[in-house]
Write a protein that binds this ligand. Structure first.
Ligand code: AMP
Length: 571
C-alpha cells in the first residue's frame, strides 16, 4: 500500500509568515513572554531576579549579556545531572556539540523539542518561498548529510552534534517528506559510522536515482564541493559498482553493505551512460546537471565562510541555480532565505520573529558601550552583533556573528551575514576580519587562475614569534605553480589588506612582511579528519580561517605540512 504523504501547504506557510512579520514587534514581545513564562522556574532565571516579570524592559535590566564561557558552569551541571530545571523549566534531555571549528574545541549547547520545532519552522518557511520559485515534483534529494554518533553524558543526556540531533529526530524525516526533499540514501548510509564510506554511498545512491534527483544539498556548501571533488577521484569505481551490481570493498560496515545491496543491481547501461557523460566533460564543468538531469537547484549554506567554495560549486553546477540555505547555529535559528532567486553573494535572511527574542549591538560608530536595539529598531545599512534569547535556555546569548541589515520584509529585518566577530587577524592597530581575508585570497588567487589551477582551501595565523609579528597565510593549491607566480601572490595578499591600521603598520614595519606558506595536497583533509576525530560532524564543518595560538593541533598540521614559503616584498 502506498504511504499517504502529507504535502506541506506552502501558501499557508507564506500567509502565516506574512502575518507574523507584519506584527513583528508584538510577536517579539509575546515570544519573550512565552519563553520567560515557560522557564521562569529555571535556576538561571531565578538567580537574575526577574521575579516573574516577562516584559522586555525588566528582562534587559535583570539578565546579563553572556557568551558561552559564562554558561559553562550551568551547562556542565546539566551534562553531569541529575535532571533539574537549570536553564530551562523542563530539564533538558539532549545536548548538542557545536562544530567547534571556529573556536578550536567543540562546546556543549542546549537542545530540546522546542528548538527542533523552530528548526522545522525555518525549514518550512524557506521551502515555501523556494518552492514558489523553483517547484519540485515528487522526487528525491541527493543530500550529503552525515550523522555522527550520539553518546550519553554522565547525567544521562543524549549528546550529539546539532545536525545529528536534528537528523536523528523522528520529525526530520516526515518534514523532508512533506517538502518532497527526501534523501535518496538509506538511513544506514546517513547514520553510517564512517563518513568516507557514507559519502561514497551517497554518491552511488545519487547515481542510481539520477533521474529522480530534484535537488542536491548539504547543511554547508563545503560538503557539496567536497563530495564532488571526491567524485572526481572515485567515479570509475562507482561506475564499476553499478556495472557489476556489487559494492566496492572500500565499504566495510555490514549494515551499510546490506542497505546498499538492496539498491544495487547490475546495470551496464547506466554505468556506460555515466562513464560516457563524465568522459565528455571538460574539467568537470557542469558535472551536476550531467549526472542529474532533473535537478532544479543546489541548496546549502553558501554565505560567510562558505563563499570561498562558490566558484568551485558554480563550476560543478553549470547553469543550475545555487540557493543558500537558512541562517542559524547549533544554539538556534535566526532567519530564513525567502529570496531564493538571489545569488548567494547578495542573499539575505529574514528573521522569524516567533522563534526567539533578538537584540542587536550596533557596531558602526565610536560609542564605547552602544545601546542595544530590538528586532524592529535596527537600521538599514548598519552592522550589528546579534544577541539571541531562545526556547532552549539561552538568554541574551552572544552568538558571535556580525550581520548587516539590508532591508525589511514587512517589519522584520533581512540580514546579510558579514563575519564571525572574533575571527580577526590583528597584531597592533590592524583589524582584519574573515571577510577581509577572503577578499585578499580571492584577489591574489586570480594570479594562478589559469588552466585548472585554484586555491582549494586556505587559513591564516598571526605569527608573533618574529619581531615584528606578521600575518601567515596558508594555501593548498591543486597543482604546480612557479616560484615567481607564488611570490607575486604573496605580494598581492599583502597589498590586498587595505585596512588603514595594517597599511600604516606595514609601511613603518611595525608589522613584518606577510608570509605565504603553500601546504602539501591533502593538508586541509587532515584538518577535517582532526575535527571529525573530536566528534565534529562533516555536515557542520567550517575550515578555521584564522588559527589562534591555542589551537595547537591545527597549527601543527598546517605548519608541519609546508611545502614552500614566501615573504612579501610589497612594502
Ligand atoms: P555551528 O556552531 O556549527 O552551529 O555553526 C554556526 C555558525 O555558522 C553561525 O554562528 C555562523 O557563524 C555560521 N553560519 C550559520 N548559518 C550561516 C549562514 N547562512 N551564512 C553564514 N554563516 C552561517
Amino acid at each position: 500500500m502506498l504511504e499517504k504523504m502529507e504535502i506541506l501547504d506552502v501558501d499557508k506557510v507564506i500567509e502565516e509568515f506574512e502575518a507574523m512579520t507584519k506584527d513583528a514587534e508584538n510577536v517579539q514581545r509575546q515570544t519573550l513572554k512565552k519563553i520567560l513564562e515557560e522557564n521562569g522556574c529555571a535556576e538561571y532565571l531565578q538567580n537574575v531576579g526577574l521575579n516573574g516579570r516577562t516584559d522586555p524592559e525588566s528582562f534587559k535590566a535583570c539578565v546579563p549579556l553572556v557568551n558561552h564561557s559564562d554558561l559553562e558552569p550551568y551547562i556542565q551541571k546539566i551534562v553531569d545531572g541529575p535532571p533539574s530545571p537549570i536553564l530551562t523549566g523542563t530539564p533538558l534531555t539532549t545536548i548538542s556539540l557545536s562544530s567547534g571549528t571556529t573556536q578550536g574545541k567543540p562546546k556543549f549547547v542546549p537542545f530540546n523539542d522546542e528548538l527542533m520545532e523552530t528548526t522545522l519552522q525555518i525549514y518550512r518557511t524557506s521551502y515555501a518561498f523556494r518552492n514558489r520559485e523553483y517547484p519540485i515534483k515528487n522526487g528525491k534529494a541527493l543530500q550529503f548529510i552525515y550523522s555522527s554518533k550520539q553518546s550519553i553524558t554522565k547525567g544521562g543526556l543524549i549528546a550529539g552534534t546539532a545536525t545529528t540531533n536534528v537528523f536523528r529526530n523522528c520529525q526530520f524525516k516526515n518534514a523532508m517528506k512533506s517538502m518532497q526533499s527526501q534523501c535518496c540514501s538509506p538511513d544506514e548510509v546517513i547514520f553510517g559510522p564512517d563518513f568516507h564510506q557514507s559519502l561514497y554511498c551517497h554518491l552511488l545512491c545519487g547515481l542510481l536515482f539520477r533521474e529522480e534527483i530534484q535537488l542536491v544539498s548539504s547543511t554547508f556548501a563545503h560538503s557539496i564541493v567536497h563530495a564532488f571533488r571526491t567524485f572526481e577521484e572515485v567515479w570509475e569505481e562507482l561506475c564499476a559498482d553499478i556495472r557489476e551490481g556489487a559494492l566496492s570493498d572500500r565499504i566495510t560496515f555490514p549494515s551499510v553493505r546490506e542497505a546498499m545491496a538492496r539498491l544495487l543491481k547490475p546495470n551496464p547501461q547506466l554505468a556506460d551512460l555515466i562513464h560516457a557523460k563524465c568522459s565528455a566533460l571538460s574539467n568537470w564543468y557542469g558535472l551536476i546537471p550531467e549526472l542529474f538531469p532533473n535537478v532544479k537547484y543546489i541548496y546549502g549554506i553558501m554565505t560567510g565562510s562558505m563563499e570561498p567554495y562558490l566558484k568551485k560549486l558554480r563550476h560543478y553546477a553549470g547553469d543550475v541555480p545555487l540557493v543558500t540555505a537558512d541562517y542559524g547555529s547549533s544554539e538556534g535559528w535566526v532567519g530564513a532565505n525567502i529570496n531564493p532567486n538571489l545569488p548567494p553573494e547578495t542573499a539575505t535572511y529574514a528573521v522569524l520573529p516567533h522563534i526567539g527574542y533578538f537584540e542587536f549591538i550596533p557596531l558602526n560608530g565610536d560609542v564605547e558601550e552602544p545601546e542595544l536595539v530590538g528586532l524592529t529598531e535596527v537600521k538599514v545599512g548598519e552592522e550589528y552583533e546579534i544577541i539571541v534569547t531562545n526556547v532552549a535556555g539561552l538568554y541574551r546569548y552572544r552568538l558571535g556573528d556580525v550581520v548587516k541589515v539590508m532591508g525589511f520584509h514587512n517589519k522584520t529585518p533581512e540580514l546579510k551575514f558579514v563575519c564571525r566577530r572574533n575571527l580577526m587577524l590583528t597584531i597592533n592597530i590592524d583589524k582584519n576580519t574573515e571577510k577581509d581575508l577572503q577578499l585578499a585570497v580571492e584577489e591574489a588567487a586570480k594570479l594562478i587562475a589559469g588552466e585548472k589551477l585554484e586555491v582549494i582551501d586556505f587559513s591564516s595565523h598571526v605569527d608573533v614569534s618574529t619581531d615584528p609579528g606578521h600575518y601567515v597565510i596558508f594555501w593548498e593549491i591543486n597543482g604546480e605553480v612557479s616560484d615567481e607566480v607564488l611570490q607575486e601572490c604573496c605580494n598581492s595578499l599583502d597589498r590586498a589588506f587595505v585596512d588603514a591600521g595594517y597599511l600604516s603598520s606595514r609601511k613603518v614595519n611595525s608589522i613584518g612582511p606577510l608570509e605565504l606558506r603553500v601546504v602539501w595536497r591533502g593538508t586541509f583533509q587532515k584538518i577535517l579528519d582532526h575535527y571529525l576525530g573530536l566528534g565534529a560532524a562533516l555536515s557542520q564543518f567550517k575550515t578555521p580561517r584564522c588559527v589562534g595560538p591555542t589551537n595547537n593541533k591545527v597549527l601543527q598540521i598546517l605548519c608541519g605540512n609546508v611545502a614552500k614559503s614566501y615573504f612579501s616584498t610589497a612594502f
